[in-house]
Design a protein. Structure first.
Length: 580
C-alpha cells in the first residue's frame, strides 16, 4: 500500500514539472523568431509586442552591456506571454539564461517609461549582464554545470541586484529614479529622520515599505556610480560574481576604498529634500488630520505603529479603504468621519488577492479587482459586491480585464473597466442588470472603444476617472473565446525542473522514485521532440534536458554553499546594524 501511495505521489508531483507559472498555458500557436542574441518565443496573440522586442532587444542588450564596458555575454530565449494577467517580468539562469515577460496591463509604479515593455526588458537584461560577469574559469564550468552555476547567487543580495537594474533602466532619463512618485518614500524617510539601515532594504523586510528596496538601492547605486565611476562599480560586481570577495561589504571596501556603512551614511547626508523649516509633522502643524483620530493634534497609535490603508474611495455615505495586511475592505460612514472622535471602521469582508476597489456614488455597489490564483496562471477578475444584501457577482471571464469603476447614469448602474488585448487597451462598459426586487442578476455589454496607440494609460481607478456611458463609442464586440487545446510547451515550461531537484536533495526521495521520475521526464521530452517541428524549439528542449541532468551533480554542492552564504549574510547584517 505504501508503495502505491508513493507511486501516486510521485506521478502527481511530476505533472507540475511541465509548466512554469502557466506562462504559455492555453496558447494555440507558439512562434519563434531568432535575432542575434535572442530566441523570441511568443503566442500569435502577442505578435505586435514580439515585433517591438525583435526590433529593439539586441540594441538594448548591447547598450546596457556597454554601460559596464563589456559586450553581450550569452544568447538566450525571450518568452512573451499574456496568459499571466499581472504585469511583471523575470530573468533566471536555470535551467539556462532566459527572460519571461508578461505582456499585460502595466502596474502603476511601472508607468514611468515611454514604453513599459522596452523599459522592463532593459531592467531584466541588466540582471543577466551583471550576474554573468564571470571569469573564464567560471564560464568553463558552465559546460559541466549549466548556466545556473553562477557564484553571484551566493554573494549578491536581492537589494543590490535590483538596485543595479533600477539604476540602469533610469539612465535614459526615464525609469523609476526619474519619477518623483517612485522616490517619495526615500524623501519621506529623510524628512522624518527614519532613514533605514542598508541591511533593512535588501528585500527581506516584511513591514512598510516592503517593496521600496528597489528605489532605495537604485538611488544609492546611482549615487555610487556618479561618485566613483562605472568602471569601479563594474569591478564591484565582478568581485562578487567571481568569489574574489564573499560579502557585499568586503567587495565594496576593495572596489571603492570606503566601507559600505560609511558610504550609505554619506549618501543619506547628500540627499537633499526641500521642506519648510520647523515642525515636520503635518498633523501638529494643522495641515492635516489623522485618519483614525481626527480630533488629535498628533499621529494616532494606529498610524504611528505603521497601519496601512490604501485605495481610499469616497461616496455620498462615507468612504472605503483596503487594509493590505489582512486583505480586508473597510467602510467608514460620514457620521464617524464628522464626529471628531476615534474612527471605528466596519469590516465588510475579507478577500484574498484583492488589488483595487471602487464604490458607486450612492455607496451601494463596490467593484473589486481580484488577481485569482485558481488557474494555471494568475488571472485578473472583476467582482461586484452589493452592500444591500452582502452578495458577490463576478463579471463573466473576460481575458485581461483590469481597473473597474461603478457609475450611475440615467437611473442605471454601469461598470466601466479596461481590457488589454496586446498591444491595445480597450475601455468597455457593462450595464448592471437588476431584477424586480432590485438585486443584481448579471451584466450586459453596452459599448467599448480602443485607447489611442502609445497613449499613457494610467489606472482609471487611481485617477478617479468618471466617464458617463453616453460618451463611449460603439465598437465591434469583444472577440469570442476560442477552444484551446493542448499545445507543445516551449522552453519556458520546463523551468520547474528545479522543483524536482529540490525533492531529490531536500526531501530525500527514495532511489526508485528518482529513477521513475527520470523515466517520466525522459518520456515527456521524447514526446515533445517528436511533436515539435520547429528546430529552434527542439534545440531549446534539448538544452533543458541537458541542464536537467547537470543539476543532479550541481545541486549537492550548491546546497552546502547556499547555507554557508545565508549564515554569512545574517552575521554581516546584524554586525552592520550594531556598528551603525
Amino acid at each position: 500500500m505504501k508503495k502505491l501511495i508513493s507511486l501516486a505521489l510521485v506521478l502527481l508531483l511530476s505533472f507540475s514539472l511541465f509548466s512554469f507559472d502557466g506562462a504559455v498555458s492555453g496558447y494555440k500557436k507558439i512562434l519563434v523568431h531568432k535575432t542575434q542574441w535572442f530566441d523570441v518565443i511568443y503566442g500569435a496573440e502577442n505578435e505586435q509586442t514580439a515585433r517591438l522586442l525583435i526590433a529593439n532587444a539586441d540594441r538594448i542588450y548591447k547598450e546596457a552591456a556597454a554601460q559596464y564596458g563589456i559586450e553581450p555575454q550569452c544568447r538566450m530565449p525571450l518568452v512573451i506571454t499574456q496568459k499571466v494577467e499581472q504585469f511583471n517580468a523575470n530573468w533566471s539562469s536555470y535551467p539556462y539564461n532566459h527572460i519571461v515577460l508578461y505582456d499585460t496591463f502595466p502596474s502603476d509604479n511601472l508607468q514611468v517609461m515611454e514604453d513599459t515593455i522596452l523599459g522592463t526588458f532593459w531592467h531584466e537584461i541588466t540582471h543577466s549582464i551583471t550576474y554573468n560577469m564571470k571569469h573564464p574559469f567560471w564560464k568553463s564550468l558552465d559546460i559541466v554545470f549549466g548556466d545556473e552555476f553562477y557564484p553571484g547567487s551566493l554573494t549578491v543580495t536581492r537589494g543590490m541586484a535590483e538596485g543595479a537594474a533600477v539604476a540602469s533602466e533610469s539612465i535614459t532619463g526615464e525609469g523609476r529614479l526619474n519619477s518623483e512618485f517612485s522616490k517619495h518614500v526615500i524623501k519621506q524617510a529623510k524628512i522624518e529622520g527614519q532613514f533605514p539601515y542598508y541591511s533593512d532594504v535588501q528585500g527581506a523586510s516584511d513591514k512598510y515599505p516592503m517593496g521600496a528596496f528597489y528605489e532605495f538601492n537604485g538611488a544609492f547605486y546611482q549615487w555610487v556610480q556618479d561618485k566613483y565611476g562605472i568602471e569601479k562599480y563594474a569591478d564591484f560586481w565582478y568581485r562578487l560574481c567571481n568569489l574574489k570577495s564573499i560579502s557585499v561589504s568586503g567587495a565594496f571596501k576593495k572596489a571603492f576604498g570606503q566601507t559600505l556603512r560609511s558610504a550609505w551614511k554619506e549618501y543619506e547626508n547628500d540627499l537633499t529634500v526641500q521642506v519648510d523649516s520647523g515642525e515636520k509633522n503635518p498633523v501638529k502643524k494643522g495641515l492635516a488630520k489623522d485618519f483614525f483620530t481626527p480630533d488629535s493634534d498628533d499621529y494616532s497609535v494606529a498610524n504611528d505603529s505603521g497601519a496601512l490603508y490604501g485605495n481610499l474611495k469616497k461616496c455620498d455615505d462615507g468612504l472605503i479603504y483596503i487594509n493590505s495586511k489582512n486583505s480586508s475592505l473597510y467602510f467608514v460612514d460620514n457620521a464617524s468621519l464628522s464626529a471628531g472622535r476615534e474612527i471605528q471602521p466596519k469590516k465588510l469582508f475579507t478577500l484574498q488577492q484583492m488589488e483595487k476597489a471602487d464604490i458607486s456614488r450612492d455607496g451601494r455597489f463596490i467593484a473589486l479587482q481580484i488577481m485569482s490564483q485558481r488557474a494555471a496562471a494568475t488571472k485578473s477578475r472583476i467582482q461586484i459586491y452589493d452592500r444591500k444584501n452582502g452578495r458577490f457577482k463576478t463579471l463573466p471571464k473576460i481575458t485581461n480585464v483590469h481597473d473597474a469603476v461603478i457609475l450611475e447614469f440615467g437611473g442605471n448602474y454601469y461598470l466601466v473597466c479596461q481590457i488589454y488585448e496586446s498591444p491595445i487597451v480597450k475601455i468597455a462598459s457593462y450595464k448592471l442588470q437588476l431584477d424586480d426586487s432590485g438585486d443584481l442578476t448579471g451584466f450586459s455589454q453596452e459599448a467599448s472603444f480602443d485607447l489611442e496607440k502609445a497613449a499613457l494609460f494610467q489606472s482609471m481607478t487611481s485617477q478617479g476617472m468618471q466617464l458617463p456611458p453616453g460618451m463611449l463609442k460603439k465598437c465591434l464586440p469583444l472577440p469570442q473565446s476560442k477552444n484551446l487545446d493542448l499545445i507543445i510547451l516551449s522552453a519556458a515550461t520546463l523551468l520547474k525542473v528545479s522543483f524536482f531537484l529540490n525533492l531529490l536533495f531536500q526531501e530525500k526521495t527514495p532511489l526508485p522514485a528518482i529513477f521513475l521520475m527520470m523515466k517520466i521526464q525522459s518520456a515527456f521530452y521524447s514526446a515533445t521532440q517528436s511533436r515539435t517541428q520547429c528546430p529552434a524549439l527542439q534545440a531549446l528542449i534539448y538544452r533543458a534536458k541537458l541542464s536537467f541532468l547537470k543539476r543532479l551533480i550541481f545541486r549537492a554542492v550548491f546546497s552546502i554553499l547556499f547555507v554557508f552564504k545565508e549564515r554569512l549574510f545574517m552575521r554581516e547584517t546584524f554586525t552592520g546594524r550594531k556598528d551603525s
